[in-house]
Write a protein that binds this ligand. Structure first.
Ligand SMILES: Cc1cc2nc3c(=O)[nH]c(=O)nc-3n(C[C@H](O)[C@H](O)[C@H](O)COP(=O)(O)O)c2cc1C
Length: 214
């Protein structure tokens, strides 16, 4: 198969199209968009976000050592783009976009009520890398849109219409093509997957609440 070779480029796709909420010492809230974000540890639950020092959010998060990482969906696509091209230095993005605060339980900074999932985060380390500084943060609380829970309280994230960022464009997710561990599951179960009948959670980590582990 013929391959084309390029010099280094940020090509890890899809990336999340997430929103970082911050709040300064005077209670002024801000939101910025972040695609350079990821899960980095399961226990303690930790994530990373990489932020350029020139962002208004950077100084706030550096001082307060906390932020909320909010997942986005199709309805938040416009807000996601706007929060990534306007600065909180000269615009109250919460008010401008008519977004509602979702109070946090473990930190001062609120999340976004319109977001499917808000991750309350405490900064544990800052690592300057070059253009960006990586904030390693522990997730100290999670709040989810209750409309995404089924009758047994399990999270149905496939209903959230989540947004991702791929090479400069926003996309929602496509069709489901498998499930954690389906490649090694017994043939009978695989057949069940194909026929879309409801299944019990399996023991090896595919619980709806915890998500597929890594
Ligand atoms: C899709 C998208 C992803 C972005 N990802 C990042 C990122 O990961 N890190 C970063 O520093 N800036 C990122 N930006 C740029 C900031 O969101 C943008 O500069 C924003 O205006 C900063 O807001 P603030 O000055 O209010 O903090 C992204 C912008 C967009 C549109």
């Amino acid at each position: 198969m013929e391959r084309t070779y390029w010099k280094p480029a940020n090509m890890l796709n899809p990336a999340p199209a997430a929103l970082i909420c911050s709040m300064d010492e005077d209670g002024r809230r801000n939101i910025m968009t972040a695609a350079w974000a990821g899960t980095v540890c399961s226990d303690p639950v930790m994530i990373s976000v990489s932020i350029r020092p020139e962002r208004y959010s950077y100084g706030i998060i550096k001082r307060t050592e906390e932020f909320v990482l909010s997942l986005t969906n199709r309805k938040l696509a416009y807000a996601t783009d706007l929060c990534g091209v306007r600065s909180g230095r000269d615009l109250d993005k919460f008010a401008h976009l008519g977004l509602t605060e979702a109070p946090s339980r473990t930190i001062r900074t609120p999340g976004i009520a319109e977001s499917p999932v808000n991750l309350e985060c405490r900064v544990r380390q800052m690592i300057p890398l070059g253009t960006h500084t990586m904030f390693l943060a522990e997730v100290t609380g999670v709040n989810v849109d209750s409309a995404l829970l089924d009758e047994r309280g399990r999270l149905q994230l496939d209903r959230a219409d989540l947004l991702s960022y791929v090479h400069g464009e926003y996309f929602t997710l496509g069709e489901k093509v498998g499930k954690f561990g389906y490649s090694v599951r017994k043939r009978k179960d695989r057949h069940r997957d194909r026929t879309e009948k409801p299944q019990k959670d399996t023991k090896n980590g595919s619980s709806r609440r915890g998500g597929g582990g890594a």
